[in-house]
Design a protein around this ligand. Structure first.
Ligand code: ATP
Length: 344
């Protein structure tokens, strides 16, 4: 089922948490709402769920306006960061709950509920633990139960709000892979809120990057990483180095010196962005370069901080960890890819 937000605005006591946001979530896709704290991700999710009403604009499920529809009518599956499992019910009872409380006419027979719950526990790889209580499970296992419970009622849309946020890094990574596999098997339209870019890049079919109540960019992880639409997105997704520059006749200048980099779309003050690992070394400081002032290991690479001879600005570049040039005290380099955004 497609879900659309059409020019949705949400104010809390006149404070605009969302400014006229429009987004189309395609049927069957897993989309991540990604952004820093306070960017409006949870507010958008709650509007889709029907837990909040828009101040203006509409939420559509398919072609139908859902704005006046309750959470139940929208048929949403929910998983929150803090597993809202029923502590006094065992795992099987937790997963069956949504089916048991259905109105009599649509409630499956007891044996069917049992069969479906066991099938879901198998899907989330918790078969054999159905008699345990939530307190007897790890955090990661509890979130898998929460997902099985959300899937039990065959929701039209699955909404996940930082579901792995409270778990440690190793468990998070495992659950990410696992969620992706489940998504591929079940194909639910899924909206996933996270502030963790690595999680979003790995999990999602598309990212919706948000900042200050606005959508900055929507696209596949590759498109967003390779062609960030704004300085915010460039700085937020992946590592980046940036420099204040001016552009004259399409040529980029730093502190009055021409760098030999083109920016045909910009005139005047701008910001040059590049990825620290997308650089090649050159002789001298003909493009960019200067003194190596710091060097540290970042995973399998060495990140060098360079004070540029052209200005006193410092930027970072990454070299393979054992690259011979990493020992030099001065380095000249050229970005392989770059982007200049107009300043301001
Ligand atoms: P986080 O990652 O911290 O959960 P978020 O991106 O999900 O952040 P929201 O929770 O959507 O952000 O909040 C967006 C803005 O709206 C914030 O400034 C927040 O303080 C405000 N806000 C959210 N809910 C309410 C509310 N019920 N009353 C008042 N202000 C709210």
């Amino acid at each position: 089922m497609d879900v659309r937000a059409e020019r949705v605005r949400k104010e809390f006591d006149r404070f605009p948490a969302l400014h006229d946001v429009s987004l189309k979530i395609q049927s069957g896709e897993l989309i991540a709402l990604l952004g820093p704290s306070g960017s409006g991700k949870t507010t958008l999710l709650r509007l889709i769920a029907g837990l909040e009403r828009p101040t203006s604009g509409r939420i559509l499920f398919g072609e139908k306006d859902a704005s006046d529809r309750s959470v139940q009518e929208r048929n949403i599956g929910f998983v929150f960061q803090h597993y809202a499992l029923f502590r006094h019910m065992n795992i099987l009872e937790n997963v069956s709950f949504g089916l048991k409380v259905r109105p009599w006419a649509t409630r499956p027979a007891g044996a069917e509920i049992y069969r479906r719950a066991m099938e879901l526990l198998d899907l989330v790889q918790l078969s054999g633990l159905e008699k345990r209580f939530p307190s007897q499970l790890s955090g990661g296992q509890r979130q898998r139960v929460a997902l099985a419970r959300a899937l039990a009622t065959e929701p039209r849309v699955l909404l996940l709000d930082e579901p792995f946020g409270a778990l440690d890094a190793q468990v998070r990574r495992e659950l990410r892979k696992w969620l992706r596999e489940i998504h591929e098997r079940t194909g639910h339209t899924t909206v996933f809120v996270t502030h963790d870019q690595e999680e979003a890049l790995e999990l999602a079919d598309r990212l919706c990057v948000m900042s200050q109540g606005r959508i900055e960019q929507v696209g596949t992880p590759d498109a967003v990483y390779d062609t960030p639409a704004s300085p915010f997105v460039f700085g937020f997704i992946g590592a980046s180095s940036r420099l204040p520059v001016t552009v004259e006749n399409g040529g980029v200048q730093l502190a009055g010196q021409t760098l030999g980099l083109a920016a045909p779309d910009v005139t005047g003050a701008g910001q040059l962005f590049f990825r620290p690992h997308e650089v090649e070394l050159v002789e001298g400081d003909t493009v960019l370069g200067g003194a190596v002032v710091a060097s540290r290991r970042v995973g399998g690479t060495r990140r060098l901080e360079i004070e540029l001879s052209q200005s006193l600005h410092r930027v970072e570049i990454d070299l393979p960890f054992d690259h011979p040039a990493a020992e030099r005290s001065r380095i000249g380099f050229r970005p392989r890819r770059w982007k200049v955004f107009p300043a301001g």
